[in-house]
Design a protein around this ligand. Structure first.
Ligand code: UGA
Length: 436
């Protein structure tokens, strides 16, 4: 099939490379000319495992091409996938300006009917409004399909080729059939529904996963106060198949380009509809609170943080990506700097991205050991395997007393750290009776 993908961020690039890899002819389009030129020359603007190879193959076979919006004279494709961003507005609502510009542009550039597939995350009810605004009066009778993505950064290709489900929301059977063809080899169950329901599925999924994280963070806080152990509590509840194990890792909270903005947008949508979604507000508040936790623990232990060297291990919002959008690590660094701490930070691949959002006083180090050298405290903020598996006796040797390691992801071997002489602090992982 001839497919155009509009917007070449994480989702658009994964979609474009994966569709080309599956044998479709794909034209990737973006506003940023530098980006499309670099892509045409085989250079990726971001890190996502596996897409570099697909990009090379697609370009060499000629099945994957890139163009700047202004260079496209006419869109000659059966299907246009819209994957532009829908960032948060200051009031929490999703900013749909890029989506609207994309639809206007599609109308301008098409002479034949196309199926417009909305991959961008848009609030429930948006698709219907967009159809009314842009397509109802258009003589070409374009079809609109909501086809939310469920890609996890770092494993996006795997999620694309082996999805848990495909959700297709449309009022047009022919368009549904066409979109199904894109996923024909995945074997995944397909949920066909109306556009608004498909949009709600996306928000409900992200909000539910975020709720699990905030829930377990609440329980971990209570574990700290009662002396219970969060690891065993999680194990004990997760063995119930109705609960399961996923998204129950306590820590400094969720970040990234999706959960924070989608949960906020759903909350805004609820309020705008006169509905008080109390649970969602609590999810947001708990997540915001979690970022203060490492800083308040450090203040408890060290007193005034002014002039104290703190190592930050990990800047990406999770391992496997160089994405730092809404990364808890960045919030924590800002809080530490407000307290006057001297921050040294290391991340295997996200330092360049993080530097754009951090004050120049932050020192970035080539290795984790350099960040830890002479530091009295460290906070593990992203559970990269190379950070989790540091040589802890060596860490203890190179840090300064009191050698505090705050485990912001509850992923470090507490006993091993303690036996090296490090002061280990996890969330809800205190030994019974320990003072907080
Ligand atoms: C998330 C969803 O998992 C995808 O299904 C969805 O498609 C995507 O958003 C999106 O809407 O585009 P992603 O943002 O890549 O994917 O990241 P996740 O793996 O879901 O992690 C989100 C955050 O939650 C990370 O900061 C992670 O560290 C945190 N997390 C995750 C926890 O704190 N505890 C957990 O148990 C799991």
């Amino acid at each position: 099939m001839n497919v155009a993908v509009l917007g070449l961020g994480y989702v658009g690039l994964v979609a474009a490379t994966a569709l080309a890899g599956a044998g479709h002819h794909v034209l990737g389009i973006d506003l940023d000319k530098n980006k499309t030129q670099a892509l045409q020359n085989g250079r990726l603007p971001l890190y996502e495992p596996g897409i570099d190879e697909l990009l090379r193959q697609g370009i060499s076979k000629g099945t994957l091409r890139f163009s700047n919006v202004t260079d496209v004279v006419e869109l000659n494709c059966e299907l246009v996938m819209v994957a532009v961003s829908t960032p948060s507005l200051p009031n929490g609502a999703a900013d749909l300006s890029q989506v609207k510009s994309a639809l206007k542009w599609i109308i301008e550039k098409t002479k034949k009917p196309v199926v417009v597939v909305m991959k961008s995350t848009v609030p429930p009810g948006t698709g219907r409004k967009l159809i009314d605004m842009y397509f109802s009066s258009n003589p070409l009778k374009h079809q609109y399909v909501s086809n939310p993505e469920f890609l996890k950064e770092g494993q996006a290709l795997k999620d694309w080729y082996h999805p848990d489900r495909i959700v297709i929301g449309s009022e047009c059977n022919e368009a549904v059939k066409k979109v199904k063809e894109l996923y024909v080899n995945t074997g995944a169950p397909v949920v066909v529904t109306d556009t608004t329901t498909a949009e709600m599925i996306k928000y409900a999924a992200n909000a539910f996963l975020a709720t699990r994280i905030s829930f377990i963070n609440e329980i971990a806080g209570l574990c700290d106060l009662t002396g219970a152990n969060i690891d065993d509590v999680t194990k004990g509840i997760a063995l119930d198949p109705r609960i399961g194990t996923n998204f129950l890792k306590a820590g400094i909270g969720y970040g990234g380009s999706c959960f924070p903005k989608d949960v906020r947008a759903l909350d805004f949508l609820s309020t705008a509809n006169g509905y008080n979604f109390e649970l969602l507000k609590a999810v947001i508040n708990v997540n915001n609170r979690q970022r203060f936790w490492p800083v308040s623990r450090l203040k408890q232990r060290l007193g005034d943080l002014a002039g104290k060297v703190v190592a930050i291990l990990g800047l990406a919002f999770k391992p496997g990506t160089d994405d730092v959008r809404e990364s808890p690590a960045l919030y924590i660094i800002h809080l530490l700097m407000e307290e006057g701490a001297l921050v040294r930070a290391h991340d295997p691949i996200a330092m360049a991205n993080a530097a754009r959002f951090l004050p120049p006083e932050v020192t970035f180090t080539e290795t984790a050991m350099e960040a830890l050298h002479g530091a009295g405290a460290a906070v593990l903020t992203t559970e990269w395997p190379e950070l989790v598996n540091l040589a802890w006796p060596e860490v203890a040797h190179c840090m300064q007393p009191p050698r505090i390691v705050i485990d912001g992801r509850n992923c470090l071997p507490a006993k091993a750290l303690l036996s090296c002489g490090l002061v280990y602090i996890g969330i809800g992982r205190q030994p019974p009776g320990a003072s907080l």
